[in-house]
Design a protein around this ligand. Sequence first.
Ligand SMILES: CC(C)(COP(=O)(O)OP(=O)(O)OC[C@H]1O[C@@H](n2cnc3c(N)ncnc32)[C@H](O)[C@@H]1OP(=O)(O)O)[C@@H](O)C(=O)NCCC(=O)NCCS
Length: 232
Amino acid sequence: MRLLGDIHSDYRRYRATGVASWAGVLICSRGFWATCCYRIARAIVLHVHIPIVRPCLRAGCLLVQLAVEIVTGISLPPECEIGPGLYIGHFGPVILNSGVRLGHNCNLSQGVTVGIAGRGPRRGCPIIGDRVYIGVNAVLIGQIEIGNDAAIGAGAVVTKSVAACAVVAGNPACVISYKGSFDFVRYDNMDFDPARLEALVSSDRLSQDAVAGRRGHNPAIVPERIRALNHL
Ligand SMILES: CC(C)(COP(=O)(O)OP(=O)(O)OC[C@H]1O[C@@H](n2cnc3c(N)ncnc32)[C@H](O)[C@@H]1OP(=O)(O)O)[C@@H](O)C(=O)NCCC(=O)NCCS
């Protein structure tokens, strides 16, 4: 079942990022609570269409969402689309507009706002790719696209699209490098994820030979120095 699969992927992000035990995730990670509520509400929005049942469940979800917002400060409306493996590291407000689309294995830090902006036909919300890292207090607004593996710096105000693997910072945000989010986003088996490996190659972080080794799924043949690159 997709709902459980997505919740499991979210849970694994906390373990891969350093939470030592399952209790630590379930009891202490408020980002995980908010994400679980989002996943359940999202499943109801998408899959429950029985007349009386749907509005009742939606009303229940709204109340739970309100409670989660009061306790955690995190607002993830069920209308927004969030890929599996969301990691929200610390306590503090995180606000996503209901029109936002966020890829898989993304990191959101405290104080992040991803929202609507613009006038007329340019009005809209960000579409964010996979494995994107968003630092503390970053603001991403308007009809923009954030490429896969991009990193958004602490305090950045992003109003223009960001290329894949770009690192942006400042207000207004400018590109400071193309080192990507590889050093900041951690998840299970990331060293063997073909999409990540391709992005590493395209950003000159990894050689083709090393990728060929990893595609064989044999960690033993990945050279030590390449492995070190991913554990900076
Ligand atoms: C933007 C960021 C991802 C870049 O990391 P990086 O690729 O390792 O880049 P560096 O730290 O080498 O910085 C490169 C340059 O950008 C500047 N810079 C880095 N982050 C910046 C930021 N958020 N705003 C403005 N300038 C920034 C650095 O001062 C440095 O300038 P210099 O070349 O003149 O010395 C990182 O600095 C950042 O902001 N991460 C968010 C961290 C965070 O939110 N932590 C809290 C977690 S709870």
